[in-house]
Design a protein around this ligand. Structure first.
Ligand code: HXC
Length: 261
C-alpha cells in the first residue's frame, strides 16, 4: 500500500518522516497513525538512514488527533485506538538513531506528543505547542502525561495539561519543551543539518547511547548504571569502537569515519 499522508524521504543518510495531510492540519487519523508506524519502522530498518527528521511541512507540524474521527468513538473503540496510537508514537521514540522534530506552526495534542517522542526539538519562531485535550474534556493519550513531565518537570507539565494553553516558541524554549528556536523558513534545514552530523558517525555507539539514556530515565540509578556498564562493554564487540579508537591513535581526535550497519 502506498502511504498517502506519511512518507519517509531519504537523502544523504537522513530520513525525513514527512506528515502531509494539509487540509486537516496534519491531524492524526487512524490512517495517519498507521502510516506513521510504518514510516518509523522503515526508518529503523533502513541502513541508509543514519538519523531522522520528523517534519509536518512549512505550515503546521500536527494539530493533534483527528477530533472529528474520534468524537463518536466508544470506550471499546478507544481501547484499541489509543493502544495503536501509542504504538505508533513509541515506534518513533524507539527509532535507534538520532531523531529531531522540526516544528513549524502548531504542534498540539497528539502533534505535541509526536514531537516529544523525538530526541530533540527545533521550533520555528512561529511554532505553537500545547496539550489542549482538557479543553475537549479528554486527556493526552499518546504519551503527553508521561513524556511532558519527564521533559519539563511535573509543575510546568501540569500547568500546560490543566489549562490546555498554547505555548509560543520562546516560552517553549525557556521551559525546555524545545531545544532551539530558528526563523520559520530555516527550521527544516537546521534540523537536517543537525541530523546530517550523524551520517558518518558511529551507528552502534549512537544506538547504545540512545537506548541507555532512555532506559536509564525509566529506572533507578543503580539499574541505570548497570545498563550503562553492559552497553559500554558491548560496544567493544562492534566495529565502531575499533574504528574510533584506532583513528584517534593514528590521526588524532574527531577524524574517524564509521561504516553503517
Ligand atoms: C480534526 C482538525 C483538527 C483536529 C484542525 N482541524 N485541527 N480536524 N482534528 N485536531 C481542521 C479544522 O476542522 C479545519 O477543517 C481545518 O483543519 C483548519 O482548521 P481551523 O480551525 O479552521 O484553523 P485555525 O482557525 O487556524 O485554527 C487552527 C487550530 C485549531 C488552532 C490548530 O484548528 C484547533 O484548535 N484544532 C484542534 C487542536 C486540538 O484540540 N488538538 C488536540 C486533539 S486531541 P475544515 O474542514 O473546517 O476546513 C488529541 C488527543 C491525543 O490530540 C490522544 C488521543 C488518543
Amino acid at each position: 500500500m502506498t502511504a498517502e499522508f506519511v512518507r519517509l524521504e531519504v537523502a544523504d543518510g537522513v530520513g525525513t518522516i514527512r506528515l502531509d495531510r494539509a487540509k486537516a492540519m496534519n491531524a492524526i487519523s487512524i490512517q495517519v497513525q498507521d502510516e506513521l508506524a510504518l514510516a518509523a519502522a522503515e526508518a529503523t530498518d533502513r541502513s541508509d538512514v543514519r538519523a531522522v527528521v520528523v517534519w509536518g511541512g512549512e505550515k503546521v507540524f500536527a494539530a493533534g488527533n483527528d477530533v472529528k474521527e474520534m468524537a463518536d468513538m466508544s470506550y471499546t473503540d478507544m481501547v484499541d485506538r489509543v493502544q495503536k496510537l501509542q504504538d505508533a508514537v513509541n515506534a518513533v521514540a524507539r527509532i535507534p538513531k538520532p531523531v529531531v522534530a522540526a516544528v513549524n506552526g502548531y504542534a498540539l495534542g497528539g502533534g505535541c506528543e509526536l514531537a516529544l517522542a523525538a530526541d530533540v526539538r527545533f521550533a520555528a519562531d512561529n511554532a505553537v505547542l500545547g496539550q489542549p485535550e482538557v479543553l475537549l474534556g479528554i486527556i493526552p493519550g499518546a504519551g503527553g502525561t508521561q513524556r511532558l513531565p519527564r521533559l519539563v518537570g511535573p509543575s510546568k507539565a501540569k500547568d500546560l495539561l490543566y489549562t490546555g494553553r498554547f505555548v509560543k516558541a520562546e516560552e517553549a524554549l525557556a521551559i525546555g519543551l524545545v531545544d532551539r528556536v530558528v526563523p520559520a523558513a530555516e527550521v527544516y534545514a537546521e534540523a537536517v543539518a543537525w541530523a546530517s552530523r550523524f551520517a558518518t558517525a558511529a551507528p552502534y555507539a549512537l544506538r547504545a547511547i540512545k537506548e541507555t539514556v532512555d532506559r536509564g530515565l525509566e529506572v533507578d540509578i543503580e539499574t541505570g548504571l548497570q545498563v550503562e556498564r553492559h552497553s559500554f562493554a558491548a560496544i567493544f564487540a562492534t566495529g565502531d569502537s575499533r574504528t574510533g579508537m584506532q583513528s584517534f591513535i593514528e590521526n588524532g581526535p574527531g577524524k574517524a569515519t564509521f561504516e553503517g550497519r
